[in-house]
Design a protein around this ligand. Structure first.
Ligand SMILES: *Cc1c(COP(=O)(O)O)cnc(C)c1O
Length: 327
């Protein structure tokens, strides 16, 4: 078995230079209501206000920026129905290279349209019949495309780590930091920045209660695979951590926590009504876990990642209306 070369904080610093002027330096927001409720200082890093509406633009742009001339000419391929698809499509457009995105036949029309709108070539597959990885690999082989996965890639991880780097650069060291966990690109990148810039900070990954493969993996020391979890947190419906993300998480993260769908909806309502922020369900995971630990966080300085804001308004209203009738 060959050993992997894991990304380091130096890679995050290099990624920050590459994305500068292309990615937004997103705002860090605070809320007096939250600070009073927590008896603590809470800093929200607002990646819902990033380009394409999620942090994934950082990793995608960093990875594509490193392509050589031949890779640029042939272009990139990715398979995703979500934020990674739009991140790759926009990055490819900005860097003037062709992009092919492999999407399931039941992907929301708005997401397909957004991806096409960035000029990407969309290839549809049948979620129940086709093997998307095989389709991606075939396209890569046949046309010389470079496959960029949504999380398990050193350049993607380094790019995602720039959001946490910006947070620490702006507010200084923290006592605790809560970050969403799907496949682990955001969390492992954030871990590199945390250990470099705020070494004593307790770092927590947060995933949906319905799919706690990351928690199981973290606690047992081996990557656990699960079926696609049923949760409204569609950005974290991953089935397993990656070969690059897992060792970094295991080494640098303090614990992995979970949040229920009901808690996520509650946080969505809070962000919208009190902070005027539109946050997608997955983007609420970190704050939901911080609220669970409120009693232990008194008097501390706390970072909370808001990872994305891509939820259509009909879905947003439906989730909040259902929660209201459920009391
Ligand atoms: C992809 C995504 C996540 C999870 O990120 P990973 O790098 O897969 O762990 C969290 N929130 C949002 C909004 C996402 O798009």
């Amino acid at each position: 078995m060959n050993t992997l070369t894991l990304p380091t904080f130096d890679d995050v610093v290099a990624a920050a230079a590459r994305i500068e002027g292309h990615a937004h330096r997103t705002p860090v927001m605070t809320s007096r209501t939250v600070n009073e409720a927590f008896g603590a200082e809470v800093f929200f890093k607002c990646e819902n206000l990033q380009r394409i509406g999620a942090f994934k633009f950082r990793g995608a742009f960093n990875a594509l920026s490193k392509f050589d001339a031949a890779q640029r000419r042939a272009g990139v391929v990715a398979f995703s129905s979500g934020n990674h698809a739009q991140a790759i499509a926009l990055s490819a457009k900005l860097l003037e290279m062709p992009a092919t995105i492999v999407m399931p036949h039941d992907a929301p029309a708005a997401k397909v349209a957004a991806t096409c709108g960035y000029g990407a070539n969309v290839v549809i597959y049948d979620r129940y019949k086709d093997d998307r990885e095989q389709i991606g690999r075939d396209l890569a082989d046949k046309h010389g495309l470079t496959l960029i996965p949504p999380y398990d890639h050193p350049d993607v991880i380094a790019g995602q780590g720039t959001a946490a780097k910006e947070l620490f650069d702006e507010v200084g060291p923290l006592d605790a930091f809560f970050v969403q966990l799907g496949g682990g690109g955001l969390l492992s990148g954030s871990a590199l920045s945390t250990r470099a810039l705020s070494p004593d900070c307790r770092l927590y990954g947060v995933e949906p209660e319905a799919g706690n493969d990351g928690q199981q993996s973290f606690r047992t020391g081996a990557i656990v695979h699960i079926d696609t979890p049923k949760t409204i947190a569609d950005g974290a419906q991953t089935q397993h951590l990656g070969h690059y993300t897992f060792p970094v998480i295991r080494r640098d993260v303090d614990d992995v926590l979970t949040a229920s769908d009901a808690e996520l909806v509650d946080c969505m309502g809070f962000f919208a009504s009190r902070m005027k922020l539109l946050v997608e369900p997955t983007g609420c995971l970190a704050f939901a876990a911080a609220r669970q630990m409120k009693a232990q966080l008194q008097g501390k300085r706390i970072g909370v990642m808001i990872s994305g804001g891509n939820v259509d308004l009909a879905r947003f209203s439906e989730l909040l209306a259902n929660a209201a009738t459920a009391g």
